[in-house]
Write a protein that binds this ligand. Sequence first.
Ligand code: AHR
Length: 522
Amino acid sequence: MNKLISAVIGCLFIVESSASVIKGSIDTTQHADKIEPTIYGQFTEHLGYGVYDGVWVGENSEIPNTRGIRNDVVAALRELKVPVVRWPGGCFADEYHWQDGIGPREQRPVRKNNWWGGVVETNAFGTHEFFDFAEQIGAKTYLSVNVASSNPTEMREWIEYLTSDEPDTLANMRRGNGRETPFSLDYIGIGNESWGCGGAMRPEYYSDLYRRFAAFLHRNGRGFHNNNDNKALAVASGANNLDTNWTHVVTSNAGSMMDAISLHFYTLNNGEWPTRNELTATDITQESWNEIVYQASRMDDVLSAHEAVLEFNDPDNKIALYVDEWGTWYRPEIGNEPSFLFQQNTLRDAITASVTLNIFHKHTRRVKMANIAQTVNVLQAMLLTDGAKMAKTPTYHVFKMYLPFQNALPVKMDLKSPSRSHKEGNFDLVSGSAAIKDDGTLMIALTNADFGNGHSLNINLGKNYAINSAKILTHQQANAHNIPGENPTLEPFDYNGLVVLNEQLEVDLPAKSVLVLQLAPQ
Ligand code: AHR
């Protein structure tokens, strides 16, 4: 199959395969914990155009909306079956007071958004609007509560306002604001980046504060609550990158009071937060391509490092690891307010998303949730909007291609991929993951992160399968991207550069491509 020429939806793809075939095998008898749908979660912060314009346009907008929430964005996110959304931040969360965002909109206080450009925050999008958004897209809800500049009472009252079905004052206030039945609150994050924008705390101090806040969740223990209205799982604010000491101290001191601890890991050029001199998302050289893919691939080691700490402190696996912020972070697009973190999203982002999802599929014992940053118009977004126009990004398409992995059981896949050495480490040019669905369908995702070369693969499947579907996302241009209002440059299409014969999958992967296969057992 080397140098295969495949005709695909009206265009020719010439796969310039490198000489040697990459051998691989799948063993469906060995599987790990199921892939929780929540690892495909989203994060939506009051930042730039993430909420305002991106989700909320208001009821009087000419942009079609339902109770102020954009219909196009809701429809696109429904297609993704978004499992969970985290809100209202991020750094914004530790300055947010929930009472600002309830009641008649014209009476809500106007504040400054001190973290993100000092712009005016009208509070038009508050508690009811967020829960309406989550209900419209069919997602679970994950609130990040203000710990650094608030107190447990404010948190407890927010929970009561949301979840109480009794005739108490807070529940009656909710009813007065138009919501009779309680909202479904699924996860509560106690602070955000408490080591940084969320209070610049030391882990010893934060873990005590965590205990104090968690006491007012009214839980007798994990899964048991004195107040039966509150069923939400409790999440501790976690570490950044490789700060395993944070994970160690917080879980040692407060582990029995949490269901999960979070972790933030961003893919950054040279591992540093971008400066004004960095390359933007679309300025891609072969060197910067390799740099970003390498940085994304570090997620594997970062997860392993925190998992080792958790295995030590929590061998019974009661504390899950939630990667509740991840994704690429480049110099924002020039001409935009830099603190709005608006960046384009290219084929390279699709590759890093798929590299990361493949890694999450390997870590299902601990990693039960992940939330890419962020849903619309901020960092590695699913969707970009421009007035009434909207584009689905390459990252959106990867999430959609990977949808059938939700709830599937990951199975062992060995790939003897060549690696590219890069700076202090190296990364596999071809990576992948495989999983079995309830009906026996074998899912295989393959990512070719090689900037210039296609690769041929021969994977021993151990039994015969028929190809049910094969979708690929690829382009000759590394910086191919989609622009709101224009015909999409990059969309997945059916791929026929593969065969399954005598229990062997032979596939030619073009350079810079993501392929997702569904195979039916024969
Ligand atoms: O996602 C943008 C910011 O990145 C979040 O507000 C913060 O938690 C992180 O540093």
